[in-house]
Write a protein that binds this ligand. Structure first.
Ligand code: GDP
Length: 527
């Protein structure tokens, strides 16, 4: 197959939701329907075994949340689907934002009882900002849930895009009869099923088929009315509008019962885009180009505690990756020749032979690769758009045993590079290092990991800061003047970008007024 044929059959998407909406369950069912696993339960089982093998994951277990994101690849109808999981807990949203930069589409899972929840909302804002096409799956119709029309309205108002139902539920909860496929004009009858793929679902053709009306009575009468209402009121599906992030196709189902899952898989194949071009500072990179390029969007340390490795997750942007090929790190000009690169086929880590745009490969390394790094066959490229957000929570960090200061620094640099936390080094001499986070839980994870992975007992102390802004200016003299006047509040992050630390928004307003030529950024893009 040629490179462009390989690119054309790839779909790379993230699955996003509020915790407990059913993301893990749907992920597992997608794998099941794609034939990547035989019996449901393996994804959960894997989650559990990871807990057992890794100490710091205890935190995740205790809180019942998913801290680490992972990647899964499967084949379905001739397409290669790359599914990128995202941590549901809001304290890890930064990690999620970066995962979203590596995908071409998102699958949003909504709990039909709860509607659009706060965590989903934040993720959606990131998708919206990037115009990522979103496919919506409304889950748990086997429960007493909100009215489907209300759910649609809620999605529309929160997403600021049109919701176009492809299917419609007939009844809900105990009376859930199935979903009506609006486009194919037929109903798939609900049957509770747990583990295996239901190959023999009952299908009844036609909205006006008396069989449906007889069998599902009032539930169907209501659904029928609603479907007609939508046909009259909702906009028709427009593929271009979906690709531009202005419309989302909506599917109803019940993941735990394998119901409505097939439709979602088909939508990923039929509607979601193939990998697109990526913008670098130097030029636009086309996925079909012969030469390999890829970007590190996530670094995870010590995935396998037995090997103490760090794995850089690289999204392939162009060309073909071949095992054993030489790659250049654009930032440093260093050449690497990774020979144990892993892919994530059906969630096992396997050695990869070849990979194309849209695929994710994992490169174990000892710190040569950082977030945002670009790998090429020699060309210098720098991709834009890998976001870092200004932290909202700060703690000062010191080490209990002064002899371990070096280990503390090493640990913090690595965790900082991984994006687990932001580390700021004050300009003022003698100041303690500051940790910056978006969510409180990040501090706990970092303290835990410092202890277990680096043997450092860190003491975290309150800090007076609760805001940070990265500062730049076209006028270096003005910037210097500002920094001198505010020396006590200036700090540098892991890539030595200058930040201004503050304790109130009023302080920021004053600074902006006094120094109109200095720019204060809430977000820093890598590079
Ligand atoms: P995640 O936190 O988004 O990954 O959610 P999970 O997939 O772990 O699901 C959260 C809970 O909802 C679990 O107890 C699931 O068994 C349950 N669940 C998932 N899908 C459905 C569904 O379709 N119907 C019902 N009734 N429960 C579901």
């Amino acid at each position: 197959m040629s490179i462009s044929q390989e690119v054309a059959r790839r779909r790379t998407f993230a699955i996003i939701s509020h915790p407990d909406a059913g993301k893990t369950t749907l992920t597992e069912k997608l794998l099941l329907f794609a034939g990547a696993i035989q019996i449901a339960g393996s994804v959960k089982a894997r989650k559990a075994s990871r807990h057992a093998s890794s100490d710091w994951m205890e935190i995740e277990k205790q809180r019942g949340i998913s801290v680490a994101s992972s990647v899964m690849q499967m084949e379905y109808r001739g397409c290669v689907l790359n599914l990128l999981d995202t941590p549901g807990h809001q304290d890890f949203s930064e990690d999620t934002y970066r995962v979203l930069t590596a995908v071409d589409a998102a699958l949003m899972v909504i709990d039909a009882a709860n509607g659009v929840e706060p965590q989903t909302l934040r993720l959606l804002q990131v998708c919206r900002a990037r115009n990522t096409p979103i496919i919506t799956f409304i889950n748990k119709l086997d429960r007493e849930v909100q009215e489907p029309l209300n759910l649609l309205a809620e999605i529309e108002s929160h997403l600021g895009m049109d919701a176009v139902p492809f299917s419609w539920p007939v009844g809900m909860g105990r009376l859930f009869g199935g979903v009506f496929d609006i486009r194919r004009n037929r109903m798939r009858v609900f049957r509770a099923g747990q583990e295996r793929r239901g190959d023999h679902d009952e299908i009844i053709e036609g909205l006006d088929n008396p069989l449906i009306a007889e069998r599902f009575g009032d539930s169907f009468a209501k659904a029928h009315e609603e479907i007609e209402l939508i046909a009259a009121a909702a906009p028709a599906f427009d593929h271009a509008a979906f690709l531009a992030g202005r419309q989302t196709p909506v599917f109803f189902g019940s993941a735990i019962n394998n119901f409505g899952v097939q439709e979602v898989l088909d939508a990923l194949v039929d509607l979601a885009p193939k990998p697109g071009p990526r913008t670098a500072l130097q030029r636009e990179v086309q996925p079909e180009e012969p030469k390999f390029s890829g970007v590190v969007f996530k670094v995870q340390a010590n995935m396998d505690p037995a090997h103490r490795d760090r794995v850089a997750f690289v999204r392939v942007s162009s060309g073909r990756f071949d095992r054993g090929m030489r790659l250049t790190v654009s930032r440093t000009g260093k050449e690497i020749r990774p020979n144990n690169v892993v892919s994530f086929l059906s969630q096992r880590r396997e050695l990869v032979d070849q990979a194309y745009a849209g695929d994710v490969i994992g490169i174990p390394n000892h710190g040569v690769l950082q977030l945002g790094d670009v790998l090429t066959e020699g060309e210098t490229l720098q991709f834009t758009g890998l976001p870092f957000f200004a932290p909202e929570l700060f703690q000062a960090v010191e080490v209990k045993d002064p002899l371990r200061i070096k280990q503390l620094r090493t640990g913090l640099i690595q965790l900082g590079e991984e994006g687990a936390i932001q580390v700021f080094r004050p300009e003022a001499v003698g100041g303690s290092l500051l940790l910056g986070a978006i969510g409180q839980l990040q501090f706990e994870v970092v303290a835990h990991r410092l202890k277990h992975e680096y043997g450092v007992d860190a003491r975290l102390m309150p800090s007076r800061y609760n805001m940070a802004r990265w500062i730049t200016s076209d006028d270096p003299k003005d910037l210097r003047k500002f920094m001198d006047a505010n020396a006590a509040h200036i700090a540098y992050d892991v890539v030595d970008a200058t930040a201004f630390l503050l304790s109130s928004p009023a302080q920021l307003r004053v600074a902006q007024e006094l120094y109109p030529k200095v720019q204060f950024h809430v977000m820093r893009e890598h590079g």
